[in-house]
Write a protein that binds this ligand. Structure first.
Ligand SMILES: Cc1cc2nc3c(=O)[nH]c(=O)nc-3n(C[C@H](O)[C@H](O)[C@H](O)COP(=O)(O)O)c2cc1C
Length: 87
């Protein structure tokens, strides 16, 4: 259940990040945080689980040089693993 919920929440978070950027708002997903302290700081009940934080705002400066992404042919396949995706 926890994995299922996390996947669904992260889909929503990803969409929120894209829409935020379309409005010029920067974001930074975080999964590494002290859950108990977050709950205390924001008055979140014990029964509620926090799976991710998404600070939104305006970056003061570019965080770092673009690190790049894996090439499409390395991460997308057609029908079978290893089969190139024809676009
Ligand atoms: C799912 C997810 C969780 C992340 N959790 C953290 C985190 O806990 N702490 C942190 O400093 N950065 C975290 N990051 C990285 C930053 O949010 C940010 O993406 C990174 O600094 C720059 O990423 P980029 O090189 O992909 O642009 C996380 C990224 C992702 C995608």
């Amino acid at each position: 259940m926890e994995a299922w919920v996390n996947r669904h929440v992260m889909l929503a978070v990803a969409h929120l990040m894209i829409v935020a950027k379309s409005f010029g708002v920067d974001s930074c997903p975080m999964e590494g945080f002290a859950g108990d302290q977050i709950k205390a700081a924001f008055g979140i009940p014990e029964t509620v689980d926090v799976c991710c934080l998404l600070p939104l705002g305006y970056a003061a400066e570019p965080s770092k040089a673009y690190g790049g992404r894996f090439p499409l042919e390395q991460v997308f396949f057609s029908n079978e693993y290893g089969q190139p995706l024809q676009l």
